[in-house]
Structures are given as structure tokens and as C-alpha cells.
Design a protein. Structure first.
Length: 107
């Protein structure tokens, strides 16, 4: 299956965050998040494994209480059911992979 960017929908999450499902398979999915400086993703957790990287920008991320500053090219791994949150320090793009796919992010 091929997914072209022009065929995927951009969903507005907040006034400073948008997301686009790049592709979704049976066992994982890739989501692109565009994050404006000052945006936050509040503490949350989910039963999905999550890995990702910062394609552009700078993020302050807390994973299970461990805080890190991530910049372009840095990656992260979040185990299922571990609380995590993000503060956007610069306009950023983050690419996340979820396994299994998150139904709530398919649109």
C-alpha cells in the first residue's frame, strides 16, 4: 500500500498542534505531528508502544518522570502505559510510530 501526502487528511488537535496519519498497517502506524512553540501535550498514557524522533525543532519531554530536551534527530521510546508529556520549545515536527495502531488517530 502506498500513501501519498496529498491524499492524507490533516487534523487539528489544538490551535498549536496538527497531526497527519502518514500510513497505517495492521500492527503499527506512523503519525506526523506539527507543533508550534508554546504548545503542550498534557500528561497521558495509552496501551500502545510509541517510538519517534524529532524531525525539526526542540521539545522538552517527560517519560515516566524522566525529563529530556530533544532536538533535531533525537529519538524516544515510550513503553505501553507509561505516562508522558511534551512541552514545545521551538516550532517542531515529530514523527511517531504506534504499535498497535491507535484507532483514535486514524482520522
Amino acid at each position: 500500500m502506498i500513501t501519498r501526502a496529498v491524499d492524507t487528511k490533516i487534523a487539528r488537535v489544538t490551535d498549536k498542534i496538527t497531526r497527519r496519519m502518514v500510513v497505517c498497517g495492521q500492527k503499527c502506524q506512523i503519525i506526523e505531528f506539527v507543533l508550534e512553540k508554546g504548545a503542550t501535550i498534557p500528561a497521558h498514557k495509552h496501551p500502545h508502544e510509541q517510538i519517534g524522533y524529532v524531525q525539526k525543532g526542540k521539545l522538552k519531554i517527560s517519560i515516566g518522570g524522566q525529563i529530556s530536551i530533544l532536538t533535531q534527530g533525537d529519538g524516544y521510546w515510550i513503553e505501553p502505559n507509561v505516562e508522558h508529556e511534551v512541552e514545545v520549545l521551538e516550532d517542531s515536527i515529530a514523527i511517531d510510530v504506534f504499535s498497535p495502531p491507535r484507532e483514535d488517530l486514524k482520522t
